[in-house]
Design a protein around this ligand. Structure first.
Ligand code: SF4
Length: 108
């Protein structure tokens, strides 16, 4: 019986979480589709070999020409120079639109 209740409760919580309905109750900010509330700007070496200018990563074994923060799947947008990144390692910093890190993945 308790298994049924737990399963039903988990299903309900999962649906509420998907709708963002529990954010006010938990204090968890849901930021999908909006720039992160960054406290500061990332500096070279912040994480994942990040650089503010992708040209500085030209010799990196994982760098592919044309890959930039602004065309990465984790890019959240911002202004022409700085914006948010959804990757957990960059949650509290803005990254440069022309930057790059080795977690880059093709976005739009
Ligand atoms: S994950 Fe993408 S947007 Fe974020 S710092 Fe790395 S390359 Fe830039």
């Amino acid at each position: 019986m308790y298994d049924k209740i737990d399963t039903a409760r988990r299903a309900l919580l999962s649906k509420l979480a998907a709708l963002g309905a529990i954010a006010p109750l938990t204090g968890v900010a849901i930021t999908a589709g909006s720039p992160a509330a960054a406290d500061e700007r990332a500096e070279d070496g912040h994480a994942h070999d990040y650089v503010n200018d992708a040209a500085d990563a030209a010799d990196h074994r994982r760098y592919r020409e044309g890959s930039l923060c602004s065309n990465c799947i984790f890019w959240q947008g911002g202004d022409e120079e700085w914006g948010g990144c959804q990757h957990p390692a960059f949650r509290n910093v803005e990254v440069n639109a022309n930057g790059w890190c080795n977690a880059w993945a093709r976005g739009s």
